[in-house]
Design a protein around this ligand. Sequence first.
Ligand SMILES: Nc1ncnc2c1ncn2[C@@H]1O[C@H](COP(=O)(O)OP(=O)(O)O)[C@@H](O)[C@H]1O
Ligand SMILES: [Mg+2]
Length: 275
Amino acid sequence: MEPEAVCALRDVSFTYPGAAAPAIQGLDLTIRRGEWVALVGANGSGKSTLAKILNALLIPTRGDCFSCGYRTDREEHHWAIRSRISMVFQNPDNQIVASVVEEDVAFGPENLGVSPGRIREIVRESLCQVGLEEKRRTPTYALSGGQKQRLAIAGALAMRPECLVLDEATAMLDPQGREDVLKILRELHSKGMTLVQITHRLEEILDATRVVVLRNGQIEWEGELPELFERVDRFPEWGLEIPPLVRLTGLLKKRKVLPASCLPSVKELLEHLCP
Ligand SMILES: Nc1ncnc2c1ncn2[C@@H]1O[C@H](COP(=O)(O)OP(=O)(O)O)[C@@H](O)[C@H]1O
Ligand SMILES: [Mg+2]
């Protein structure tokens, strides 16, 4: 495994018990420290399965997965792996375990046997990172959906992970909630956190350093964002929706109004069109 690799998959396949076809097939993928990898693809393409392989919730039925230097098929490494690669899922209600905000964040480090003084520090830091420090004494039921998901992220951060894996973490949120989560991701990434972001909304991946398109459990395409948006013609077969802004940017590039490098964000469009 390369020294900067957070996760390295070598010829990994995974078949669910009793399933006719593998959900992941012969996948080779390295995720390096500090990368922001967007993982996209149609429903059923294997994104969630891959996410769970990364932090040893699922063990490859063929091939090897190394996460944070540990082989994931050795059970004695699972705690070490899961504390270094933290997951955030779609539904925050399924991830909140305590009835008060600060207790929920403390739950992970308590289970790792961290001292009470250190736990208080970690809880304060983690809540600050997601902008919920004022809510530390609030009952979790009183939070909005977006606040609950930020709490779930704080809970993941309380494990002091190297890498966050977010599986459709914005899918249940309103636009403000989604923007709040993206802002947190940008902040975390700028401080060196490795991110694996699974989403249906391509407008949310504009900060990714690399994009991986999964199709039928295999890597169909991978590259950087500007190249991805040059392949819009293939989005339908990849099961990707073309957001309006992507369509508009593509048309303006074709007419040479915008340079090929322009990303489909309001900010970039404004910079090019009204400098
Ligand atoms: N628990 C499970 N048992 C059996 N098959 C599953 C299970 N979870 C997912 N699958 C199948 O594995 C494939 C990949 O699913 P998944 O990883 O959830 O894809 P995605 O997250 O991209 O929608 C699909 O064909 C799905 O039906
Ligand atoms: Mg999924």
